[in-house]
Write a protein that binds this ligand. Structure first.
Ligand code: MD3
Ligand code: FE
Length: 222
């Protein structure tokens, strides 16, 4: 089923679009402040729900430097597989993706010339010391990855220094500052590129949000 996404397009007709590599499209300030606040409201409801944020512990025993909350399916930090249950955390089922957020992701994909039917949402929360080492996202189904379907990222709160590399770990990285309201779409031949978050620029988020740190939402098709 194709669901039309229209919430944002009626608000602003032109939008900056920066192609940083084939299939990797940065949409700076893509979310209006009201859309960011609406998204924050949904994130807070998820956080207050039964299956809230947790600190993932990797198979090598290391704690990740982010807190995470998965919707649709749970990303298991021990097995690197997607599961309906939070087996490595508390065994609870992953809550569904909130409709408001799913819709935003569809629109962002469309703004970048892609189409996405997300069934997974990973919410990462970064405190001032938060970061994520260079990695590839390759735990989704091989057919989906091969098809070039994108991952959509939405940033809310403090800015972050994002690193975007290439297909090989040793490839040079571009550093891009991601601000609150930015959307980023990674599809096509950029889908398996290495990437990470080098640091958070604490205290740079919109004050009126009253949020500490940074939320990043990645929408995926499993
Ligand atoms: C480039 N999250 O959850 S989002 C992740 O800001 C992740 O929390 C970071 O990397 C964050 O896996 C970066 C930007 C991003 C997401 C997925 C990508 C960049 C990507 C997939 C392929 C290439
Ligand atoms: Fe990633």
């Amino acid at each position: 089923m194709v669901v039309r996404c229209y919430t944002r397009t009626m608000i602003r007709m032109t939008q900056p679009r920066v192609v940083i590599a084939e299939g990797a499209v940065h949409l700076p300030s893509w979310m209006p402040v009201e859309a960011q606040q609406k998204a924050l409201h949904e994130i807070r409801a998820l956080a207050d729900g039964e299956a809230g944020f947790y600190t993932p512990i990797l198979r090598n025993g290391a704690r990740m430097r982010v807190r995470m909350l998965c919707c649709g399916r749970h990303w298991d930090a021990k097995t690197y597989r997607y599961d309906l249950l939070r087996t490595d955390v508390d065994g609870l089922p992953a809550p569904p993706i909130p409709e408001v957020l799913r819709q935003l992701a569809c629109e962002a994909a469309e703004s970048a010339g892609f189409s996405l039917e997300p069934d997974v949402l990973l919410v990462n929360w970064y405190g001032a010391e938060g970061r994520m080492g260079l990695h590839q996202d390759k735990d989704e189904r091989p057919e989906i990855i091969a098809s070039g379907v994108p991952i959509v990222s939405l940033s809310i709160g403090d800015a972050a220094i994002f690193e975007f590399g290439g297909a090989r770990r040793k490839d040079p990285v571009q550093r891009i500052r991601l601000e609150s309201g930015d959307a980023f779409v990674f599809g096509g031949s950029s889908r398996l590129n290495h990437h990470g978050i080098a640091s958070i620029v604490a205290g740079t988020g919109p004050r009126e949000f009253g949020v500490a740190g940074r939320y990043n939402l990645t929408f995926r098709q499993y």
